[in-house]
Design a protein around this ligand. Structure first.
Ligand code: BGC
Length: 787
């Protein structure tokens, strides 16, 4: 105690205290993510570290401007981004990574495609002992055709397990862009022409994937409905069509599942790149919808990195060093505020905290591929659609033993589309293998002829193409096979993917030789009293008109994933009764498609803009309101059994904010089967123009045994019935008479009931956003403009 009596001693004591505190502060470790709060971590980050976090870890140099052009909207030149993402770090073949900042305990995230399975490299340099194949699940269009969120959720769970076990943090899927036009090369990845079906099914997939503790990225936000000039094209769309269709699908999907991230799209909407639109990424997504995750660009999307940050596009992918520089300079020169950048960083860090990489999850690289193949096979059978079944040609009669299987895709079966939606799977079961596995005997000489054709094609004796033209089958071989076999199966195959839209001729429309050959085969088999079954192994809609009369039965198998052949044989043989329904319309002819005149935009060579003149009239909303008969309507699909729909009851004849409809489904046929009941509502169109009817709810029965019934219940709320009134930016459920219809397709309505809304309900007031710069003369069902 004595020493404190002297001032000197006091002085020395305080000095040593200060210096020990300073030393402690100097030695104090930097805040660590997880141990310290996100805010504390951000406060400790340098500007360089922040800019590094919001730009992916890609190393590509800045692309050189073409000619004397400068990137931007004014002169139409944008740097070509990489086609699809590919990285060699962490998980080889994944699409991209974020940058780790070890000083602050921030790990790098691994982001991987895609919508039908994890896209990573199946083999690795210096690792000859292990393979990294992923399961190729059925494509999005097939998943949507199940109309069964439970099935899609099961796929999501298995899918997400592979994401996690391969060391990936965020899956770059699902893609939910509306099927606006059948020629979009990426329609196979997407779900439906209807936002309720697409949003609900995508939500089910996301919930399944994310139940594994990994993330998803719902994409491509928004109005990315074509591949032609996708990095520059401007989608000109009314706010109402955006609100009711193109935004709605994301809104439903996000509300159902809280995806960790959203991916903005490549295109411009009403003049501005989506990644640079504050009204889209902040006003709508965050303020109105309360989305809590982060937004990333598509790979190379947009061109103004500062605008992207300001808009709320938090992460720039795949990232380039010059983009980091640009952001640092922007903060230094005040065109980007630290506050905005901090917010971008915060959103990313909040997701990193949840990620397997942050939690140092010890992934196995050994997901249960066998079990997942079973999931893929089962889901595939649930989404296949029986379009036609003349004389009960299907299921294949028990007397059939030998099968003549025609068509390139019988042997070279297409499991899924190309581009970032492709999966490196261990195998694909071809249709002929599937038939053989199911106990049929596919004609050997036919198989050998096709096998030789592919060998020649590969060795360059045929033009080397991704999609070889259909193999011509000689007349004599057709006659011989018709004699020898009990049944003909003809597969029509189509493949497409990222970067290109499909052609109308020889793709959407069958080529003349393809049609002619189909007819010759059918005639030869019919002449012998034998049936002809067509299998459509396609990712998007094709023309049916000029060939389908030649087929007794048509199974729309879509692109069913790696178990394709087995799943197709399951349905053809009757092991599984088909229960898929169209989530996208097959028109009579392409010219009937409401966007046919506005796809892919103008100028035709390299479209710079596409005007969505059809407005809200996409798919069945158009066909039904404008009295255009489709070939196979939305919601359509046959079964091997019959169902009776009866006893439609509403909870009340007057709407009081919510209404419940119940309907009974009975299996009246001989096979066990499932039916999908679809609830369409026709709303009063006194205040604004409205579609004749819109899907408001749907439900699928369980497997009903012959004679068995199930009561399905549907709940509809005011928000479900509201339309967007652009003038006041209000969602309004108008007063008047509503007709509720229970159908098994949009045109096969079994029961109707009426309810009344006494007074208009203003459900929601939104911001005025995303306004088109030009006047769009939209289709109007009341005036029948555009018909
Ligand atoms: C595609 C995205 C994909 C990304 C990463 C882009 O080209 O449009 O859907 O997720 O590449 O591979």
């Amino acid at each position: 105690m004595n020493i404190f009596k002297s001032y000197t001693a006091w002085f020395i004591f305080i000095l040593s205290l200060i210096s020990s505190l300073t030393l402690k502060a100097q030695l104090k470790p930097a805040p660590q993510l997880g141990k310290n709060t996100v805010k504390e971590v951000i406060a400790a980050m340098t500007l360089e570290e922040k800019a590094t976090l919001v730009v992916g870890s890609g190393k590509a140099p800045k692309p050189k401007p073409a000619g004397n052009g400068k990137p931007g909207v004014s002169n139409g030149w944008v740097p070509e981004p990489p086609m699809i993402g590919h990285t060699e770090t962490k998980v080889p073949g994944a699409a991209g990574n974020t940058t780790a900042i070890p000083r602050l305990g921030i790990p790098s995230l691994v982001l991987s495609d895609g919508p039908a399975g994890v896209r990573i490299s199946p083999t690795r340099k210096g690792d000859s002992t292990h393979t990294y194949y992923a399961t190729a699940f059925p494509v999005g269009t097939l998943l949507a055709s199940t109309w069964d969120p439970a099935v899609v959720n099961t796929v999501g769970k298995a899918f997400g397990n592979e994401v996690k076990e391969y060391g990936v943090d965020i899956l770059l899927a699902p893609g939910v862009n509306i099927h606006r036009n059948p020629l979009n090369g990426r329609n196979f990845e997407y779900y439906s022409e209807d936002p309720l079906v697409a949003g609900t099914m995508a939500g089910a997939l996301i919930n399944g994937v994310q139940s594994n503790g990994v993330g998803t990225s719902i994409k491509h936000f928004i109005a990315n409905n074509q591949e032609s000039n996708r990095n520059y094209n401007n989608s000109i769309v009314s706010e109402r069509a955006l609100r009711e269709l193109y935004l709605k699908v994301f809104r439903i999907g996000i509300a159902a599942s809280n995806p960790w991230t959203v991916m903005s799209s490549y295109n411009r909407v009403n003049g501005v790149y989506t990644a640079q639109r504050h009204d889209l990424l902040t006003t709508v997504l965050r303020d109105e919808w309360k989305f809590k995750g982060f937004v990333m660009t598509d790979w190379g999307g947009g061109y103004d990195w500062v605008a992207e940050m300001n808009a709320g596009n938090d992460l720039i992918m795949p990232g380039r060093p010059d983009q980091i520089e640009t952001l640092i300079n922007a903060v230094k020169h005040d065109s980007l505020s630290v506050k905005v950048l901090n917010q971008n960083v915060e959103r990313i860090l909040n997701i990193i905290l949840k990620s397997p990489s942050f939690q140092k999850y010890a992934y196995s690289n050994k997901p249960d591929l066998k079990a997942h193949a079973e999931v893929a096979r089962k889901a595939a059978t649930e989404g296949m659609i029986l379009l036609k079944n003349r004389g009960n040609a299907l299921p294949i009669s028990k007397s059939v033993k030998t099968v003549a299987a025609f068509g390139n895709a019988t042997y070279n079966t297409i499991p899924g589309g190309t581009g970032s939606g492709e999966v490196n799977k261990a195998y694909t079961i071809s249709i002929d293998q599937g038939l053989a596995n199911a106990g049929y005997r596919p004609d050997e000489s036919l198989k050998n002829t096709y096998t030789k054709f592919f060998q020649d094609a590969r060795s360059g004796q045929q033009p080397r193409r991704r999609f070889y033209g259909e193999m011509p089958v000689s007349d004599s071989l057709i006659i011989e096979t018709a004699k020898k076999n009990d049944l003909a199966i003809i597969t029509i195959g189509r493949n497409a993917g990222e970067g290109n839209d499909r052609n109308l001729e020889n793709n959407y429309n069958l080529g003349p030789e393809e049609k002619q050959q189909f007819k010759k085969i059918a005639d030869a088999f019919h002449a012998k009293g034998k049936k002809v079954v067509a299998v459509l192994n396609i990712g998007g809609v094709i023309d049916m008109n000029e060939w389908q009369d030649n087929a007794d039965a048509i199974l729309l198998a879509w692109q069913p994933g790696q178990e394709a052949g087995n799943a197709i044989a399951d349905v053809l043989s009757g092991k599984v009764n088909p229960s898929g329904k169209l989530a996208t319309t097959f028109p009579v002819k392409y010219a009937d498609v409401p966007s046919a005149k506005n796809f892919p935009g103008t100028p035709a060579e390299r479209p710079e803009q596409v005007i969505y003149e059809e407005g809200i009239y996409v798919g069945y909303r158009y066909y039904d309101s404008f009295n255009v008969k489709p070939m196979y309507e939305f919601g359509y699909g046959l079964s091997y059994t019959d169902f009776a729909i009866s006893g439609l009851k509403l909870s009340s004849a007057t709407f009081n904010g919510i209404i419940t409809a119940t309907v009974n489904v009975k299996n009246t046929g001989k096979f066990a089967g499932k039916e999908v009941v679809q609830i369409y509502v026709g709303a009063p169109a006194k205040t604004i123009d409205k579609p004749m009817q819109e899907l408001k709810a749907f439900g699928k029965t369980h497997l009903l045994q012959p004679g068995e019934s199930q009561l399905l219940t549907f709940t509809i709320r005011s928000a479900d019935l509201a339309s967007f009134h652009t003038d006041n930016s209000e969602w309004i459920t108008d007063a008047g008479k509503y007709v509720l219809k229970a159908g098994i397709s949009s045109r096969d309505i079994k029961q109707t009931a009426v309810f009344n809304i006494p007074k208009a309900i203003m459900v929601e007031k939104d911001h005025k956003v995303l306004q088109p710069e030009v006047n769009i003369t939209e289709f109007n069902a009341r005036k029948q403009v555009g018909k």
